[in-house]
Design a binder for this molecule. Structure first.
Ligand code: APR
Length: 311
């Protein structure tokens, strides 16, 4: 059985374990600093397995020894947003948590692939790559599947068509400057721009960009976790099953889309080696301008990180 360790057993971490356990694709370890909490959640989930008929081992721990030999490490440890906060407001606190979590878990699982969820996402993935020194194939950030799913959900609601027929691609940084690519999005193959009137489409794009904030404002005490965690589950499954699945994720740029030394949301192919390929769309002038703006915002956060942390 494959093994996945989840660092941070809060809302996102525990819900990721829940989705993963249902798919029976790996034994699971939940790690958190809060004493008893990861053990309690793991035991509770383990006791659910007979009911759903899944043979999954689930353990909780307060140290990293239990993560030994993991195929995948998922990092969700850190603070979540509260109303009025941007993802970037989390930078310094979460960098102090994610950096050590990445280096310590790597010691126990030298062959693991890292999936990062902690925000600010692109910069926490950058920190993980720099701190671990891993090749870029093995560090991937979750954001694009979630942002695209939000857009798909809004299009489904507007059109009354099944979510299964709706394909949307939201690329760029995981912030307010993210890039919903309407030209590449469609309803059963019909371009969104033809399917929806311009004002409706514009409203969906705007709501997608603020999708995380909408939920933070409703929850008041934390941020979204059901959709982020199932997005992460899809990534883990694609990796372990070597599916060669093309999905938007945050990847380290080495010249793609004219970007270097930064993480950015782009379509990637996920398989057993992690990121197998980065797909480059042909962008028109408007899309290029949106990419540049979004990349500028991500670079600013990367620069802020470099002032806080030495690599
Ligand atoms: N090691 C392990 N766990 C830690 C550490 C650490 N050093 N520091 C904090 N944690 C744990 C907390 O104890 C908490 O249980 O991380 C967990 C975070 O859980 P929540 O507060 O419920 O936050 P969550 O909604 O899961 O979001 C976590 O993921 O999606 C992102 O923006 C989100 O950055 C946030 C992160």
């Amino acid at each position: 059985m494959n093994k996945i360790s989840i660092i941070g057993a809060g809302m996102t971490g525990a819900t990721t374990a829940h989705w993963l356990a249902e798919r029976e694709i790996a034994d699971l370890v939940l790690v958190d600093i809060v004493e008893g909490m990861p053990q309690g959640k793991s035991l509770d989930m383990l006791e659910a397995m007979p009911i759903i008929g899944k043979d999954v081992e689930i353990v909780g721990a307060n140290d990293y020894a239990a993560t030994r030999g993991s195929d995948i490490i998922i990092i969700t440890a850190g603070l979540a947003r509260k109303p009025g906060m941007s993802r970037d407001d989390l930078l310094s606190k979460n960098a102090e948590i994610v950096g050590p979590a990445a280096t310590e878990t790597l010691k126990h699982s030298p062959d693991a692939i890292f999936i990062v969820l902690t925000n600010p996402l692109d910069t926490m993935a950058y920190l993980t790559l720099k701190k671990t020194g891993l090749p870029r194939e093995r560090v991937v950030g979750q954001a694009g599947i979630l942002d695209s799913a939000r857009m798909r959900a809004f299009v489904a609601k507007e059109t009354g068509v099944s979510v299964e027929n709706i394909n949307c691609y939201v690329l760029g940084g995981h912030g307010d400057e993210m890039v919903p690519l309407t030209r590449h999005s469609n309803v059963a193959g019909i371009p969104l721009k033809e399917y929806l009137p311009a004002d409706k489409l514009e409203a969906i794009v705007a709501r997608t960009r603020k999708g995380g904030g909408e939920i933070v404002n409703l929850l008041k005490t934390g941020s979204a976790y059901y959709a982020p965690s199932v997005a992460c589950t899809q990534m883990a499954e694609a990796i372990l099953k070597d599916k060669h699945l093309i999905v938007p994720c945050a990847a380290y740029m080495n010249g793609e889309y004219g970007l270097k030394d930064m993480f950015f949301g782009v379509p990637v192919m996920l398989g057993r080696k992690g990121i197998e390929k980065i797909i480059e769309y042909k962008l028109d002038e408007d899309e290029k301008a949106m990419f540049e703006k979004s990349a500028g915002a991500v670079k600013e956060t990367h620069e802020a990180l470099k002032k806080l942390v030495e690599f």
